[in-house]
Design a protein around this ligand. Structure first.
Ligand code: PLP
Length: 465
């Protein structure tokens, strides 16, 4: 072995060790982590990641639903460097701003549907959700509706991991009892997952149930007490659940009927993943009162989130709250360097017509993944465009899950890693949300590699193909 190689190996081991001893990761599993530690990524280009040993992976996870325009673009690096040289930071508080923050707020307002013309910046999706919640409280208090504070969200939803965002989220696996949650004014209704719903022959019957359930929940709490309904257009981390056709329009209509604000959590779906700037109106036909976004807004180049809200809400808070201080925001709200990155990201999306690719390749991706349905343990393939998921089951007929000691999603994703493909294991799922620049050839690689990985896993578990 050459000295160069052994230096690299020593460096890789040192980094792996430092990480294992000192970096407490989001969603770390203490038992396995203490032995296995992390896979260290060192470099990226476009849709590909390279680990510290130089092994290449097609990143079909898109970072974490976020590397929309692909990694390592010089133009992005230049825009970020230029803004750092020009102005690294100025306080956004009260009445100071910066050129990129003002330009980006205006650009987002142009792109957002309806009268959503007002933007609060934050550092990511969770804080965008927190800001939405605080805005809702301020708004209802300004209206004199001091009791109207309750929130309804869905089982299986994910809205982030601040105390509040996690309490609004309804994913049971993310609610270990060692953490506490805000429960007094947060309620959940059913996950709109038809594949796992029992007792319904058709999606239409299931949809009727979901709508009745939401209406009953509003009435049980009291319409005068329900402030807002939080919903992802497609549930993401909860398993890429596309609700039955018409779900968003009917839940939106219910919200209007009972004076309940509709918060569309587009942290994953905004900025191209489904082939549109925002999915709420373009894909699902609704104009919400508030949209939260992050991730694709800066394509993961720098941390940035936004809470976009309507003229109607702004009218109330600016008028009724005019002599009050809107005490919400962060040191880094509208950080000029992050905003400059987002502006350049949006410019690239527009110039390269990336959404056309997301539509074309996204539709092909969905079709090709469906070819995996012939495998004995593939229960369902679902999603829309560049947001897809494969669900594994022990028995296709009964939809029975694998026993808890068989972590099927992780078994398959580990095999895929070894073959140079990253997919995201979430329980019995493999979730994929690749960059919007994905090609059809790369789709073919993903599907072929995933098929080979599933077959290898089946073989090791004693399943017939
Ligand atoms: C729908 C949704 N909302 C909010 C968040 C939280 O975003 P962040 O991790 O940037 O705080 C996520 C993260 O995956 C998300 O998927």
């Amino acid at each position: 072995m050459s000295t160069d190689n052994s230096n690299t190996t020593n460096f890789a081991k040192d980094i792996w060790h430092k990480d294992k001893e000192h970096f407490t990761h989001p969603w770390q599993m203490f038992d396995s982590f203490s032995e296995e530690g992390s896979l260290v990524m060192a470099r990226a280009e476009g849709s590909y990641l390279y680990d510290i040993e130089g092994k290449r992976y097609l990143d079909s996870v898109g970072g974490l639903w976020c590397t929309n325009i692909g990694q390592g673009r010089d133009e992005m690096a230049d825009a970020i460097a230029e803004q750092i040289r020009q102005l690294t930071y100025a306080s956004p508080f009260v009445d100071t701003t910066t050129i990129p923050a003002a330009q980006l707020a205006s650009k987002i307002s142009d792109l957002a549907p309806g009268s959503l013309n007002h933007v609060m910046f934050s550092c990511g999706g969770s804080t965008a959700i927190d800001s939405a919640y605080r805005l809702i409280q301020f708004y209802q208090n300004c209206r004199g509706l001091h009791q109207k504070k309750h929130i309804i969200a869905r089982d299986g939803s994910y809205h982030g991991s601040t105390y509040l965002a996690m309490s609004i989220g309804g994913k049971k696996a993310d609610h270990p009892p060692e953490f506490d949650y805000k429960r007094d004014d947060i309620h959940h209704v059913s996950n709109p997952n038809f594949y796992r719903a029992t007792g319904f022959d058709t999606q239409a019957a299931f949809l009727d149930f979901l709508i009745d359930e939401l209406e009953q929940k509003i009435l049980d709490i009291g319409a005068d007490k329900v402030a807002a309904f939080f919903a992802e257009p497609i549930l993401g981390a909860g398993g890429v659940i596309v609700p039955p056709e018409g779900y968003h329009q009917r839940t939106h209509a219910l919200c209007k009927k009972y004076d309940v604000l509709y918060v569309s959590d587009e942290v994953v779906t905004a900025f191209g993943r489904l082939g549109s700037w925002f999915a709420s109106e373009e894909i699902f036909g609704i104009v919400p009162d508030i949209i939260t976004c992050a991730k694709g807004l800066s394509s993961g180049y720098l941390p940035l989130g936004a809470t976009i809200y309507s003229d109607e809400i702004h009218g109330v808070i600016a008028e009724q709250g005019r002599d009050r201080c809107f005490a919400n925001g962060y040191t880094y709200s509208g950080h000029p360097v992050c905003c400059a990155a987002a502006l350049k990201n949006i410019e690239i999306m527009e110039r390269e017509n990336i959404f056309e690719n997301a539509k074309l390749v996204g539709d092909y991706f969905g079709e090709q993944l469906k070819t995996l349905l012939d495998l004995a343990i593939v229960g369902e393939v679902r999603g829309y465009r560049l947001m897809q998921c494969v669900e594994f089951v022990a028995n296709k007929e009964t939809r029975e899950d694998f026993p808890a000691n068989i972590d099927i999603g992780k078994i398959i994703s580990d095999i895929a890693d070894a073959k140079g493909l990253m997919v995201r294991p979430i329980g019995n799922l493999n979730v994929m949300s690749p960059p919007l620049i994905l090609t059809k050839d790369e789709v073919d690689f993903i599907v072929t590699t995933l098929r080979a990985s599933i077959l290898e896993a089946m073989d090791s578990l004693g399943y017939n193909a």
